[in-house]
Design a binder for this molecule. Structure first.
Ligand SMILES: [Zn+2]
Length: 223
């Protein structure tokens, strides 16, 4: 086990515990993966609570996805591989069953290409926007095809009636983006039917120009 490998294992456990302790994913739900320099992955084990991970038991996969050491990886690994395939710059992926994002995924008015309006600058800066993927039975390989179908335009994807899957260029980046998505979903539910002022198209354009953001090519219907 290399030095950086063991540091990443510690990081996965630390962020997992932090997410679990704040109620962001209950029971043994949620999983985390990190892509390594040799093309392999570290992945949280199946049926493991993110709150009680053991660094030594995290699954180590080779570049072909074969288990090299540790416990069997999460059954939800197809979600991760589909997003890595379409986002070549992604180094880490976080998947949670977080309450507010799951709640929003079931609302009738949700635009599948922009699940949440641009309520805050940090939502746009950290996630770039979120796409909705329709409901699939857990383990159905079709969900991976649906993620691939987004062609890498989104680093944040919300699975209907299930939860978010978010890629980042680092584990910290993926965790922060997932938290921002969950908090924005919470704001949306607090503000629903109160006619809130989201950021205007000009304010969004200013953020895009100032921070060099790449947003999915969705033009929000402002009418
Ligand atoms: Zn899940």
């Amino acid at each position: 086990m290399s030095h950086s490998d063991s540091k990443l294992r510690e990081e996965i456990c630390r962020y997992g515990r932090s997410l679990f302790e704040r109620g962001l994913t209950p029971g043994s739900s949620g999983n985390i993966s990190v892509r390594l320099d040799d093309g392999g992955w570290l992945v949280t084990p199946t049926n493991a609570s993110l709150g009680f991970l053991d660094p030594a038991r995290i699954a180590r996969l080779d570049a072909a996805g074969r288990l090299v050491s540790g416990d069997r990886p999460t059954k939800e690994i197809p979600l991760h591989t589909a997003l890595y395939e379409s986002r070549s710059e992604a180094r880490a992926i976080v998947h949670l069953h977080s309450t507010h994002a799951v709640a929003v995924s079931m609302l009738p008015e949700i635009d599948p290409r922009a699940v949440l309006p641009p309520l805050t600058p940090y939502y746009l800066m950290r996630t770039g926007g979120t796409a909705l993927v329709p409901y699939f039975r857990p383990g159905d390989p079709a969900v991976a095809d649906a993620i691939r179908g987004l062609a890498g335009r989104y680093s944040a994807v919300l699975l209907a009636n299930h939860g978010p899957v978010v890629a980042g260029e680092s584990l910290e980046g993926a965790v922060f983006a997932t938290e921002e998505l969950e908090e924005t979903a919470r704001l949306y539910l607090l503000l629903r039917n109160l006619n809130p002022r989201a950021l205007s198209p000009a304010q969004v354009a200013d953020l895009v120009a100032h921070f060099g953001l790449t947003l999915p090519d969705h033009r929000g219907d402002c009418g």
